[in-house]
Ligand binder design. Structure first.
Ligand code: PCA
Length: 208
């Protein structure tokens, strides 16, 4: 089984993106190959780079990581919406306001990973996780939407895909008074999610 995990580069004037820090700590679950990729925080270029990687790597599982400053847990996303509405420019200086990602695309895509079961498992293990019902309207949501579109329309074989938002990490420079997570705890949570999803993929294969 092949797993691809992506993260974003720093954006919004910050020097670090928590998602890249966590990506560097992840290890392949037993018997799996793990491919890591940093993507540019750009509405257009981010999904383009992702699509090139997917065409080459053809993973079975795709987890997309991004930073959501202000959250206090690792948050698997339920839904990507067909909307770009930026408060700040992306790393290419583009600030779309109230635009569709794909004028002919569906309003939304839901993740095809059972996140309720995944998050329950993480919580039972005492790890800081919660479901999120919005990935926002910036680059992360756009990448998630385009990734699900690829999964639904381009992929030759089924890919399990979700976006996971990561809080600020302790020690990372960030706006005061916003919550942060210990890097070890955050990495352990994402690692457990990765392992759980790999196991889920195997059980699905047995069923079909
Ligand atoms: N977070 C931003 C974009 C890149 C990132 O890591 C977001 O939530 O859209």
């Amino acid at each position: 089984m092949k797993i691809m995990v992506t993260a974003f580069d720093a954006f919004g004037g910050e020097s670090v993106n928590a998602s890249g820090e966590i990506l560097s700590r992840l290890q392949a679950p037993a018997g799996c190959e793990l491919v890591k990729q940093i993507l540019p925080t750009q509405f257009v270029r981010g999904p383009e780079v992702l699509y090139s990687c997917l065409d080459v790597e053809k993973p079975d599982i795709l987890l997309l990581l991004g930073q959501a400053g202000g959250r206090s847990a690792v948050t698997p996303e339920r839904v990507a919406i067909n909307c770009m509405d930026a408060r700040i420019p992306d790393n290419a200086g583009y600030t779309p306001v109230d635009l569709p990602i794909d004028a002919n695309g569906p309003d939304a895509y839901l993740t095809n990973i059972p996140i309720h079961a995944a998050v329950s498992h993480l919580k039972e293990a005492g790890l800081p996780a919660a479901i999120s019902n919005t990935a926002g309207t910036f680059v992360c949501n756009c990448l998630f939407y385009k990734a699900m579109q690829y999964v639904r329309t381009h992929a030759a074989s089924p890919i399990l895909c979700d976006f996971i938002h990561i809080p600020y990490l302790m020690g990372q420079p960030h706006t005061e008074h916003l919550p942060d997570l210990a890097p070890d705890s955050c990495a352990a949570t994402v690692q457990e999610l990765l392992d759980w999803t790999a196991h889920y993929f195997e059980t699905q294969k047995e069923v079909s």
